[in-house]
Design a protein around this ligand. Sequence first.
Ligand code: SF4
Ligand code: SF4
Length: 356
Amino acid sequence: MLVKLRGWAEELGFSQIGVAGVDLAAAEPGLTEWLAAAYHGTMGYMARHGSKRSRPAELVPGTLSVITARMDYLPRALDEGWQAMEWQRLAAPGAAAVSLYARGRDYHKVLRARLQALADRLAGEIGPFGHRVFTDSAPVLEVELAARSGLGWRGKHTLALSREGGSMFFLGELFVDLEFPPTAAAEAHCGSCKACIEVCPTRAIVAPYRLDARRCISYLTIEHEGPMPIEFRAALGNRIYGCDDCQLVCPWNKYARRATLPDFDERVGLGQATLLQLWAWNEAEFLRRTEGSAIRRIGYQRWQRNLAVALGNALRETGDAAICDALGSRREAASAVVQEHIDWALTQNPERSPLA
Ligand code: SF4
Ligand code: SF4
């Protein structure tokens, strides 16, 4: 049956599938420790599900196996040497850096639909069965399941990492009330490398395999509500949605693969946009241009907050008067939180700041 499942999964755009059992007890102490250290920040939903996170059969009663799947997401048109291009973008103060995974269609929708299609194919073969689909879902220990089922080991940056596909892939799971033999676990291949730990702009990887989400730019730009902590504003650079640094530096990502689906192709020029172009979007334009994209989930206020921080960083580097003008032009209509970020941004170049 696994051979058939693999064939269907490939047709549906998945790069690999595996099977994990439901006993994740060995992962419980690490999870409890991570939560106790408050490394999850304000992501209260991470703690809310308690032991259900490490016990799939408690989360979805009747679950006997978990079918795990990974899907490569690099945009199909991405050039060779894409890592170098991403580093160049990060070094260009006026450019906008959006995580590679978020430049196309919302992966939650794509993966959910494809995992459901996989379940439907299986049901067509063996008859109805109980199942539930998850992707990037808080109650599920995705990386643990991926590692146990052989999709990839947990890298020191805490993401799943594969010898065949690096780490630029999404994960999804199908909890099923069917008993499948588990596939072999992945072996770890980080060795003595610590490039991801060293490159992290905010020192968020506090130890190998341990991420303090409160310091991570992905968390800060996407999950974190309210003001951006002052101590991290400069380190954000021009990253306005997510951060890829720890993956860009990872030697295994020379094996990262392009998506087979068109869904993750770049939309609305997000791979080339400048900060000023994106700052010019009003709320209606933001909603229109991010329709069907994961970026829409953060809402216009967080989008503007992130852009204001990045523009402040660009202003510090370039002293460009056009940045001051653009920031000032949106101040009056902005929310109090965004106004505070605009004011902070303007003070990054005191000579040119109207506040000076
Ligand atoms: S995503 Fe960025 S901020 Fe977060 S751990 Fe990786 S390099 Fe650090
Ligand atoms: S950069 Fe090095 S240590 Fe970090 S995940 Fe990749 S191989 Fe592992």
